[in-house]
Design a protein around this ligand. Structure first.
Ligand code: GLY
Length: 272
């Protein structure tokens, strides 16, 4: 789902949108796609069969942030996170309060549990075996021609998670961090491990200290390995203020999309 997301982001930027508009527009594509099982509508539900979404946005120029956790019934969680940033005096709303806020902001409510996800959840309940693709995230980092950066990170979280569980994606510094004086980073995979090392903040601070983005994500993942070993999957992306990219994961299968100078392409992250 990376390619259509970066293409939508580039269209938004090309049409005069800001870099923040662009990253939010980009992640909205998989959020609204019922066939993407890790984000928004169509995401795998929690153990009670309810889809609960987590998302965050960060403006790398102002360092303002907004986030929602365990948000139900509204597919475009990153856009709600942006409204938290722009329309409230807070940074993070969760659960019923996040839904109430989204309603007040005019977001459309919809059933997020698709038939496909319901069938998968029922099979999991019967067999207690996670189906392939049991959790993922989309994190999108943007840099415009004037050096402004922004990021958005959105997910339905780990499949069959406990109700109320919040992962790394809406936790600024864990699943996402952007400061356009240094760079941006985002994470996917087992959020608990990313939270334990403040993974995205760590990668950005490494870039601030002079690391290139590839070394920065490898350093953050090495910290995760110190805590959790190599059996978990975590993938990280970083983009520095000059446009250099870093991407690595602990297990294979982590792919990412890049849109640069009018062209989009997919790449495999380095497996550590
Ligand atoms: N990285 C997504 C999650 O753990 O929820």
């Amino acid at each position: 789902h990376g390619l259509p997301a970066v293409e939508a982001a580039a269209r938004e930027l090309g049409g005069g949108g800001t870099i923040l508009d662009a990253v939010v527009a980009g992640v909205e594509v998989p959020e609204l796609d019922p066939d993407v099982t890790s984000v928004g509508r169509g995401g795998w539900p929690n153990e009670a069969g309810v889809v609960q979404l987590d998302a965050s946005v960060m403006d790398g120029t102002t360092r303002r942030v907004g986030a929602v956790g365990a948000l139900e019934k509204v597919a475009t969680a990153a856009a709600v996170a942006r409204r938290v940033m722009e329309e409230t005096r807070h940074a993070f709303l969760v659960g019923a309060g996040a839904l109430e806020f989204a309603r007040a902001q005019g977001f459309e409510e919809t059933e997020l549990l698709t038939e496909r996800a319901k069938v998968a959840w029922e099979r999991w309940k019967a067999e207690r075996e996670a189906e392939e693709g049991g959790g993922d995230t989309i994190g999108l980092l943007g840099l415009d021609a004037s050096g402004r950066m922004a990021g958005a990170c959105t997910t339905s979280g780990l499949a069959w998670k406990m109700p109320g569980r919040v992962g790394d994606s809406p936790i600024v510094g864990a699943g996402l961090y952007v400061d356009d004086r240094a760079g941006g980073a985002t994470a996917t995979g087992v959020g608990e491990e990313v939270i334990r090392v403040c993974g995205s903040f760590l990668a950005v601070e490494r870039m601030r200290s002079g690391d290139d983005p590839q070394s920065a994500v490898e350093a953050a993942l090495a910290r995760i390995v110190e805590n959790a070993g190599r059996t978990v999957q975590v993938g990280m992306l970083a983009l520095d203020r000059t446009g250099r990219i870093g991407a690595a994961s602990l297990q294979s299968g982590f792919r990412y999309a890049v849109h640069r100078a009018g062209r989009a392409a997919m790449f495999d992250a380095k497996v550590l």
